[in-house]
Structures are given as structure tokens and as C-alpha cells.
Design a protein around this ligand. Structure first.
Ligand code: AMP
Length: 505
């Protein structure tokens, strides 16, 4: 008898499909799939991919966000290949850069989108989703492909923006996702009774939590229509109507709801149980609005870059915070070690600031087809000269507070030297965010003019802001210029778009 490890996420789908065949797995407006449908359609897609002789190859999924994308992801996984989603709204130049790095073996798309993709620098094959998903299933071929794979084989590649302008493809294995999702579902007690309200695009790593917690436990994920995130009342009505009890959003999405105090119009206290967030700083001022209206909800701040499979630290909110206090990013997740290293590559002591580095199964295998960038960020653990051991340097600056919790300060690149002072721009943002009149803000440094520039949504005078925050930050940290915007630019992932803001300096 051959004993096999179930070292592949598709086993979760097999189990959920067996246990809960007719339960809805994923739903979008006007369309949904049950676990059995998800499984059989994905296996049909996998059969087609295997038929093309592909194994351990990159498969691009180029479709509008929806349940079909998830079927395609699972199809690639069943076939022993790995997927990489490409956003249909992505500018052609960036798609071409991604294609240059990834050299996909196949593109799964629809008949309607195929022509657009043909205009890119790609001459390989296509699989039309609508034809593939109802085709023949060759179980024995799928089983053979799955048995050939191991848990350190790639499951997906997500592209993040590189500082050089060349997108970096973060590679993530089955093993990393299994490690992360086991932690998520256990820590938050996710079961088949739960339902997620998905905000994150599928090319953004936050979506991993929704997708794989659902597949593993037999929960249900509702893909929330994007336009609702600009209409908080309708958004809350949607959550209530679908009886969504768990959300995992970027803070910017939670802030919009808090700002308009939509809770006054819609009461979700009977249904909403967990509010998780990750991806950028969650200001306590807005979190306090959520907490005031929904005091019984579990709130958790998750932190992490794509390179460590979505998140590596967490803080379950368990005490009161003043509006101007930072919310901790907390402590490492299970089976994850966090090293905070100073400039001498030694562990920090006391409240010394250092770079957050990560060790563990959750680490990416590196950037696809990019050994140089991989070598820069994935390095030998300087604390372990004895055996090869890779850590990931996040480029994020943090320190410990008096409770031993990690406090996020800023990206290393957002650390500036201004008039001889070392300043974390994030610290100024925390101070400004705490003002009642401010909903969204962002600080950048104008190197040319040597001044701190504050962008904010709304109409406020520089003198007013500086007077109000002068008790919170030293004088040398006060913004030299304030730019008021009607609307803060938001990037495709839903975070504040710093690149766009930089253009306005
Ligand atoms: P991404 O790879 O797009 O998920 O971006 C990861 C980066 O977002 C991290 O390196 C941090 O700079 C930032 N980030 C993620 N989660 C948090 C959080 N909870 N608080 C503050 N910043 C965060």
C-alpha cells in the first residue's frame, strides 16, 4: 500500500464536497457554485490542462472576478500546476511585464476576453473556461498528477509592484497555505456554519483567507460587488441580508463605513461576529467607531506581506485604545517566528526600532524567475551561522511595546531623514488620523524641497492641523505642506495609492 500525505489544498475541496455537496461554496451576484459543482468543474478544467501535457507550469487566469476564477484556480491545482491571476483592468504594459517574467504555459479565459489577451505579448495556448468547465473528467489522471506533486510545489504566484517597475511574482506553495489556513480556521473557530464577505481582489493575498478557509471548512463566501464599497449603507445591508458573519477587509474599506457612521441606518449586530483586517494601518479612531456600534464583535489586526502567505502576526483586540494610540500588530502566528533586527543585524532590545523578519513554513520560495530580488529579500538568518536557514526581510520597521506586542511603525522606505531627524512617516499619519476632522490621510516626503507633505481627504488648513497634532509629535515632524483632496486615490487592492500621490508632490 502506498501512503500519501494529503499535501495539496485540493484534498480540502474533496472532503468538503463529500461532506456538504449541495452547500453553496462561493456566490457572486446572480451566480453561485456548490462544493460539488466547484469540485467537478475544477476537475474538468484540470483534465483539460493535464491533456496539454502540463505539470508544475504557470497557468494564468484572466477573467472578471467571480466564482469561475476560483474554479479555475482549483483546476490548476488539481492538475499539478500553479495559477497566477491577471486582473482584467490591469494596464497592458504591466500585463506584458508580468508575462515576460512568468512565461505562462497556458491562459484560462473566456471567449469574450480572449481577444484582449491576444493583444498582449503572448503566443501560447488558451483554455476557454466555458468549454472546459463542463468537459470530461479523467479521475485517474488527476490522481496521478496529484500523487506526483509534493507539498513544496507551488500553488500560486501573485504579482506585487517592484520598486524597479518590474513586477515581482511571489511564489507560494501548498504547504504554506495549509500552514496558514490551519492557523486561521483554528484561531477564529471557522466552521461550515460561517459565511465570509469577500472584499479582496483574487490577485491580492488577503483573498487567500476567504478562499481557503471556505474550501477547507465548508463555509460560504459571498463575493461582495465592488461598487458597494463606496456605499456603506448598502454594503451593511448586503452583509445583513446574506447573514455574513465574518469579514476580512483592508482597513480603508472599514474606514469608509466608520466615516459615514452607516451603523446608524443598518444594524448588523445580530449577524456580524468577526471583523478581521490586514494590509495597512488600521487607525484606532475608526476602529473605535466600529467598536462603539458593534461591541460584541471579535476584532483582529493581522499583519504581513504577500511573501509570507498573507499574514504572520496578529492581534485580537482585547483592550481599550485612545484614538491617537497605535493598534499593535501583536504576536507571531503559530509555527512562525518573528525576528526584529537592528541595523547591526542583532535582535532589538527594549523599545529599539528594527526590521521585522520572518522565519517559517509560510515563507515564499522566492520571486518567480528573479534570483536577484529573491537574494535581496530572502537571506540567511544572521542569528544562525550553523545551518542554511532562510528568513524574509519585510522592510517594515517595528518595535515592541510594554506588553511584548509588536507595534508597526512604517516601511523602511518611509523612514526619512529630515533636518537631521530620523522620522517614521507612519507616526505622523497616526497623529493626523486621530483628529476628528480627518478620515483618510497619507504622508510622503518631498526630497527635492526637503519637506513633509501631508495628503488628506477633506478641507483643512495646515495651521489648524499642525496646531492640533503639535501635542502628539515633535515640531520637526509637522508637515511642511498639506494637500487637501476630495477623494484619496485607492489602488487596485483597496489601499491608499502612494504611487499616485507621489506624482502630485
Ligand atoms: P502586501 O504584500 O500587498 O500585502 O503588503 C504588505 C505590506 O502592507 C506590509 O509589508 C506592511 O507594510 C503593510 N501591512 C500589512 N498589514 C499591515 C497591518 N496590519 N498594519 C500595518 N501595515 C500593514
Amino acid at each position: 500500500m502506498v501512503i500519501r500525505m494529503k499535501a495539496n489544498v485540493t484534498y480540502w475541496l474533496d472532503e468538503s464536497a463529500e461532506r456538504l455537496p449541495d452547500k453553496t461554496a462561493f456566490a457572486e451576484e446572480g451566480k453561485s457554485v456548490t462544493f460539488r459543482e466547484l469540485q467537478s468543474q475544477a476537475k474538468a478544467v484540470a483534465t483539460q490542462i493535464i491533456g496539454k501535457g502540463l505539470f508544475k507550469k504557470p497557468v494564468v487566469v484572466y477573467m472578471e472576478k467571480g466564482v469561475d476564477v476560483l474554479v479555475s484556480f482549483m483546476g490548476a491545482a488539481y492538475s499539478g500546476n500553479f495559477y497566477s491571476p491577471v486582473d482584467v483592468d490591469m494596464p497592458a504594459a504591466r500585463v506584458n511585464k508580468i508575462l515576460e517574467v512568468l512565461e505562462p504555459a497556458l491562459v484560462i479565459t473566456t471567449a469574450a476576453l480572449k481577444e484582449t489577451f491576444e493583444s498582449y505579448d503572448y503566443s501560447g495556448g488558451f483554455l476557454l473556461f466555458e468549454e472546459a468547465c463542463h468537459g470530461e473528467i479523467r479521475e485517474e489522471q488527476i490522481e496521478a498528477a496529484r500523487n506526483k506533486g509534493i507539498d513544496t510545489d507551488l500553488l500560486y504566484v501573485l504579482f506585487t509592484s517592484g520598486s524597479t517597475g518590474v513586477p515581482k511574482g511571489v511564489t507560494i506553495t501548498h504547504r504554506s497555505v495549509i500552514d496558514y489556513i490551519d492557523w486561521v480556521t483554528e484561531t477564529f473557530g471557522i466552521t461550515a456554519q460561517d459565511s465570509f464577505g469577500n472584499q479582496a481582489p483574487f490577485y491580492f493575498d488577503n483573498s487567500i483567507l476567504d478562499i481557503y478557509s471556505t474550501i477547507k471548512t465548508g463555509a460560504t463566501t459571498f463575493i461582495i460587488p465592488k461598487n458597494l464599497f463606496a456605499q456603506p449603507v448598502l454594503l451593511l445591508e448586503y452583509l445583513k441580508e446574506k447573514e455574513i458573519n465574518t469579514i476580512f477587509w483592508v482597513p480603508s474599506a472599514l474606514i469608509v463605513v466608520a466615516k459615514l457612521k452607516a451603523f446608524r441606518n443598518v444594524d448588523v449586530s445580530e449577524t456580524l461576529k468577526r471583523v478581521l483586517f490586514c494590509g495597512e494601518v488600521m487607525p484606532n479612531k475608526q476602529l473605535n467607531v466600529w467598536r462603539k456600534f458593534l461591541p460584541d464583535v471579535l476584532y483582529a489586526n493581522l499583519y504581513g506581506p504577500t511573501e509570507i502567505t498573507d499574514a504572520c502576526t496578529y492581534y485580537i483586540v482585547d483592550r481599550e485604545f485612545a484614538d491617537d494610540e497605535p493598534l499593535p500588530i501583536g504576536v507571531p502566528m503559530a509555527n512562525t517566528d518573528i525576528l526584529v533586527l537592528n541595523e547591526k543585524n542583532e535582535p532589538v532590545t527594549g523599545d529599539e526600532i528594527g526590521e521585522l523578519c520572518v522565519r517559517g513554513t509560510s515563507l515564499s520560495m522566492g520571486y518567480y524567475h528573479n534570483p536577484e530580488k529573491t537574494r535581496e529579500a530572502f537571506v540567511q538568518n544572521p542569528l544562525n551561522p550553523f545551518v542554511p536557514e532562510i528568513i524574509y526581510r519585510t522592510g517594515d520597521l517595528v518595535k515592541y511595546n510594554e506588553y511584548g506586542e509588536i507595534i508597526y511603525l512604517s516601511r523602511k522606505d518611509f523612514q526619512i531623514k529630515h533636518m537631521g531627524h530620523r522620522i517614521e512617516l507612519g507616526e505622523i499619519e497616526t497623529a493626523v488620523s486621530s483628529l476628528e476632522e480627518v478620515s483618510l490621510c497619507c504622508c510622503l516626503y518631498d526630497e527635492k524641497r526637503q519637506r513633509i507633505v501631508l495628503f488628506l481627504e477633506g478641507e483643512l488648513e495646515k495651521a489648524f492641523i499642525n496646531e492640533r497634532i503639535s501635542g502628539l509629535v515633535p515640531e520637526y515632524m509637522l508637515p511642511g505642506k498639506v494637500i487637501c483632496l476630495e477623494k484619496m486615490p485607492i489602488n487596485a487592492n483597496g489601499k491608499i495609492d502612494r504611487v499616485k500621490l507621489k506624482e502630485r508632490l
